[in-house]
Design a protein around this ligand. Structure first.
Ligand SMILES: NC(=O)c1ccc[n+]([C@@H]2O[C@H](COP(=O)([O-])OP(=O)(O)OC[C@H]3O[C@@H](n4cnc5c(N)ncnc54)[C@H](OP(=O)(O)O)[C@@H]3O)[C@@H](O)[C@H]2O)c1
Length: 265
């Protein structure tokens, strides 16, 4: 894998420059996505449409599309001369990323109950995004990111890691609640209750946003911040859309529940 990277980049400065450019481009794409989501929901799940290509089985789609975020980072860590993987801050940050994508790739897809097929375009875009982001996050952390020795005891690292953990648990718990709304074989929608759903319609999205915001605080880089910004844009829009959808669909939808931030919006 080292020879592939040295074929792609003439020097380490070159690769780092490209990694930085990728992060700035992701921020640019987040801005474009923000504007496009004002007119159109991301077309999968309840908003899936045949306009965006043929339907892909939902479990297959999640498993394949998320796979690059797990296996590409693993390959970078195991099969390249990654210069920074012996350092504790880098190890912990890489572990957070891998932990999330282990669950998302190897567990989440196989637990889905009655999920709608994913249109091919959404599936393909998610797959490309996972290659892009998996490489950008983990190549930076495994080979370039330099933290001072005291970084793991710095308030930013501690607060960021705690936020990451709280967000991850909230995300997993909320997805678990959603899944259990359906009996095996059912495909319809019910009002989610319990956990953070008592406060917001997008509890799973709030968890994921918190998680990557915490990761960005702990990692303190443009690469991790770009991912947190992108996630926030996509999932805020999805939470708002779901909230509106629930209010229109269920007359008895809890009036005090907000879309994404408890007691606020
Ligand atoms: N980092 C990122 O940028 C990013 C982007 C997208 C998603 N994600 C994460 O991926 C996970 C799934 O995202 P998603 O957009 O698919 O979430 P979602 O729209 O909430 O759906 C999650 C699953 O629960 C089912 N479901 C949702 N609401 C339900 C209800 N009221 N009653 C019964 N079943 C219900 C859905 O079925 P249907 O398919 O039939 O709707 C789907 O199988 C989340 O944890 C999210 O945070 C992350």
């Amino acid at each position: 894998m080292d020879s592939l990277l040295s074929w792609l980049f003439s020097s380490q400065e070159d690769e780092l420059y490209i990694l930085d450019l990728m992060a700035y481009f992701m921020v640019f794409m987040a801005v474009c996505t923000f504007f496009s989501l004002l007119f159109q929901n991301v077309p999968y799940g309840r908003y899936a449409s045949s306009v965006y290509g043929f339907p892909v089985n939902v479990k297959f789609a999640w498993f394949i599309q998320e796979m690059p975020s797990l296996f590409l980072p693993l390959a970078l860590v195991l099969w390249t001369s990654s210069a920074k993987t012996s350092l504790l801050p880098n190890q912990l940050l890489i572990a957070m990323f891998l932990c999330h994508y282990f669950q998302r790739t190897l567990i989440y897809p196989f637990l889905i109950r009655g999920g709608k097929p994913t249109p091919f375009a959404s599936f393909a875009l998610a797959f490309v995004f996972c290659i892009y982001n998996g490489y950008m996050q983990i190549r930076y952390l495994s080979h370039y990111a330099e933290y001072p020795a005291y970084w793991v005891s710095h308030p930013c690292f501690i607060a960021g890691s705690c936020l990451w953990l709280v967000g991850w648990l909230m995300n997993i718990h909320s997805d678990h609640i959603l899944r259990n709304l359906r009996k095996p074989g059912e495909t319809g929608y019910k009002i989610p209750r319990g956990g953070m759903f008592q406060y917001v319609s997008g509890a799973n999205f709030l968890g994921e946003i918190t998680e990557w915001a915490g990761f960005a605080l702990a990692a303190h880089s443009i690469h991790s911040s770009a991912f947190a910004i992108f996630t926030t844009v996509v999932l805020t829009s999805r939470a708002m859309a779901h909230h509106k959808w629930y209010i229109n669909k269920f007359e008895d939808y809890p009036k005090s529940r907000k879309a994404l931030i408890p007691f606020v919006i």
